[in-house]
Write a protein that binds this ligand. Structure first.
Ligand code: FAD
Length: 404
């Protein structure tokens, strides 16, 4: 039996190794368009490779996948994050868990994952062809036929693991698969606003950001950058709202509650208590609720509070303005930017085209799809790679069973 994996990225190499390890009699070939394998793994997680996440119950994982979601329940039931940690351990990579539950190799070096994959690919006789780009595939005479820039290949089974490639989506569409238009996910918000100017580097531990015009909101840390806003709350929101935001042409408004745990009314009550307790304290000297000093000052000047004003002297108008800015600061987003060059693509082959029991194409026997080529994507935290590992494992299992 000959299996060809198209794409030597995370999903492709992991799938190839597992097929070869479980089926020594199988000829497993990887065709990779570029000169390098696993190039995204190399740069992932800031060069450390956030390989998976400590959350391991399928139910816990689902909310992290805006595209995929509940449909992935049976997938993670069969191969979850814990299974990947064990796989890595068995195949020679020790991992560690960080306080935020992200998992990395103990070496803090993505090369450890690459070395492990390449070592095991060699051990199980996976044949790798570099600089071979697949240009078209079709099924005929009980075989898959692949046309590439270097000639033709034939295979009994084909796994498409080409990541986000428009050319591949085009030929998959021609083959008859429904492809959902790709849009970027995991980006930061470009905001040109007086309130944020020159404040890059200031971070907030816990804010709530809501998109005006839909019901999406996210909590978490947020960071002011020189082009706008970034940090986990923003990235998560970009992932949840990827499609809607694209429809708005990256032009929309957000409301930021810098006091995430509190509603406006509660803040007003706390304010009154504080003023009664410390009427003579100078407002500029006492930023409340852990608001960073420089941002506090910016908001005070916006609320027209002069330097030297005490809490007891604050006018009603200024107090209202300050509380409004703190609990529902309205910002106009006018574009997107990448976060440490980290991004994924929402969209790809529609999940109705595959059986999520084994990632086989429903209408094309012997064809499988894994990784970002599918309409599955997640928030940051190792979840995007996990989708690749789980698919690869299930495909390899399915191929073993088909041979038995
Ligand atoms: C900077 C950055 C950092 C990231 N960090 C993390 C992280 O820490 N944790 C995490 O979970 N996710 C991370 N991600 C997301 C993660 O990298 C992707 O989800 C993952 O790489 C997808 O794997 P894949 O195998 O589907 O696609 P890819 O890794 O993109 O691999 C696809 C491969 O297919 C090849 N190919 C394409 N077309 C053809 C063709 N026609 N013929 C032959 N070969 C072809 C490509 O050259 C490529 O090598 C990061 C992404 C980026 C950009």
């Amino acid at each position: 039996l000959r299996v060809i994996v198209i794409g030597g990225g995370a999903a492709g190499i992991f799938t190839a190794i597992n097929i070869a390890e479980k089926n020594p009699a199988c000829e497993v070939i990887v065709l990779e368009k570029s000169a390098k394998l696993l190039s995204k793994v190399k740069v992932s997680g800031g060069g450390r490779c956030n390989v998976t996440n400590e959350r391991h119950l399928p139910k816990e994982l689902l909310p992290f996948y805006p595209r995929g979601g509940k449909k992935l329940y049976p997938v993670f039931k069969k191969f979850s994050t814990g299974d990947m940690v064990e796989w890595l351990s068995v195949h020679g990579v020790k991992t560690k868990v960080e306080p935020d539950q992200r998992i990395f190799p103990v070496t803090d070096d993505s090369q450890s994952i690459i070395d492990c994959f390449l070592r095991n690919a060699e051990k199980f006789n996976v044949k790798i062809h570099h600089s071979v780009a697949v240009e078209k595939i079709h099924f005929g005479n009980a075989n898959w036929h692949l046309e590439t820039n270097t000639g033709r290949f034939e295979a009994d089974k084909v796994i498409v693991a080409t990541g986000s490639s428009q050319t591949v989506w085009n030929w998959l569409s021609d083959l008859g698969l429904h492809v959902i238009d790709p849009v970027p996910s995991l980006f930061t918000f470009k905001i040109d606003d007086e309130r944020l100017r020159s404040l890059q580097g200031i971070s907030f531990e816990q804010v709530k950001v809501r998109i005006v015009g839909n019901k999406l909101s996210e909590d978490g840390p947020m960071l002011i950058t020189h082009w706008g806003l970034s940090g986990p709350a923003i990235l998560k929101l970009s992932s949840l709202g990827a499609i809607w935001i694209n429809e708005q042409h990256y032009d929309f408004e957000i409301l930021v509650n810098f006091l995430s745990g509190y509603k406006e009314q509660e803040v007003r009550e706390l304010w009154t208590d504080y003023v009664n307790l410390h009427p003579n304290r100078k407002v500029h000297k006492y930023p409340l609720w852990g608001i960073p000093g420089r941002f506090w000052e910016r908001l005070l000047s916006l609320a027209e509070v002069n330097n030297g004003t005490s809490f007891g002297e604050m006018s009603k108008k200024s107090t209202n303005k300050l509380i409004e800015e703190l609990t529902q600061g309205r910002y106009h987003v006018s574009g997107k930017s990448t976060f440490k060059e980290e991004f994924v693509t929402a969209g790809g082959v529609d999940l109705t085209e595959v059986s999520l029991d084994d990632f086989s194409a429903n209408r094309f026997p012997g064809l499988y799809l894994a990784g970002e080529v599918l309409n599955i994507d997640a928030m940051t935290g190792g979840f995007n790679f996990q989708a690749c590992w789980s698919a690869g494992w299930l495909i390899s299992d399915s191929i073993s069973k088909s041979i038995e």
